[in-house]
Ligand binder design. Structure first.
Ligand SMILES: Nc1ncnc2c1ncn2[C@@H]1O[C@H](COP(=O)(O)OP(=O)(O)OP(=O)(O)O)[C@@H](O)[C@H]1O
Ligand SMILES: [Mg+2]
Length: 294
């Protein structure tokens, strides 16, 4: 090897190391199928540390299956998945434990345990991963997480059937935050909420992401969510991530689904609503510089 080759190899190694340091989730060549139904084929995706990545795609394109593959609930046919630089494929439960503690998940539909109260639901991951934490501290942590999501303290002893849809989502979020995660997976968190409830949930997600420095993998159909809180958006189509970037970058592509989705009547309405919201924020910030931030 010449000196130049060695220098080049070293440069490449440094580049890769820098890139890995910035990447929370890396998926390469993912293939998933059920029987003869092929869901993903050669899917690649990087989620950067500290970003909110929106994941969109038509119903049934495999968004939830992608999330389940990353968190180890679905074993892929092929492909590599790394979370915080650790390989997730073929890992035993024990080996993956340290990484699993670093994420929280809000499943599509909430998936709260109906026979447990909200506080008990939030305590489930604490009991599972930190069995040595005593009941008093566990209760305190649960109460803190419940308040963190904007739910009143009185929600703690309630059962899921006693909560509204929006409250159930927040309870699910509280459970996802139970272990102080670095990484949050949210599958359709605003589905079924009214627009005001959905916007409040989005604001809460953004606030938590900023204050806790979270990386968020956010599957959504909600255009307002994409416009208002996502740093980048990944589009699932044709069994892959066909495009990833800011909404402006996506709009510059000529992919028919992307154009239809963002430039259709709903997309245009969401753009207009978000720009009105941003104008209002800027006006408020100008009038009251110290209170202007969300
Ligand atoms: N456990 C399973 N067994 C068989 N097929 C499955 C399983 N899980 C998902 N699928 C199929 O895989 C495809 C992708 O499902 P997935 O739930 O990922 O879609 P999605 O993009 O999340 O859709 P939606 O937007 O409706 O939530 C669907 O056709 C679904 O029927
Ligand atoms: Mg889904």
């Amino acid at each position: 090897m010449s000196e130049q080759d060695i220098a080049q190899a070293e440069e490449q190694r440094i580049d890769e190391a820098v890139q890995t340091a910035d990447i929370a989730i890396s998926v390469r060549g993912l293939r998933n199928s059920f029987g003869d139904q092929l869901i993903h084929d050669g899917l690649d995706l990087d989620v950067r540390k500290g970003e909110i990545l929106g994941v969109v795609g038509g119903s049934g394109t495999g968004k939830s299956v992608l999330m389940r593959s990353i968190i180890g609930l679905q074993t892929p046919d092929e492909g590599e998945i790394h979370v915080f630089g650790e390989s997730m494929v073929g890992r035993s439960d024990d080996e993956a434990l340290a990484i699993r503690k670093r994420w929280g998940v809000l499943f599509q539909g909430g998936a709260l345990f109906s026979t447990l109260t909200v506080a008990e639901n939030v305590e489930v991951p604490i009991r599972e991963y930190y069995p040595n934490i005593g009941p008093q501290l566990r209760d305190e942590i649960a109460a803190y997480k419940i308040r963190m999501t904007g739910l009143p303290t009185e929600a703690g002893p309630k059962y899921p059937s006693e909560l509204s849809g929006g409250m159930k989502k927040r309870a699910g979020l509280a459970r996802a935050l139970a272990l102080d995660p670095d990484l949050l997976f949210l599958d359709e968190p605003t589905a079924g909420l009214d627009p005001i409830g959905a916007a409040a949930f989005d604001d809460q997600t953004r606030k938590l992401q900023q204050t806790l420095g979270l990386t968020v993998f956010l599957i959504t159909h909600d255009l307002d969510t994409l416009y208002s809180i996502c740093d980048r958006v990944a589009v699932l189509a044709d069994k892959k991530v066909t495009a990833v970037g800011t909404i402006d970058e996506l709009l510059a592509t000529d992919h028919p689904w992307i154009q239809e989705y963002f430039n259709g009547p709903r997309g245009r309405a969401a753009t207009a609503a978000v720009s009105r919201h941003k104008d209002r924020e800027q006006t408020q910030a100008a009038q009251s510089p110290s209170d202007g931030r969300r």
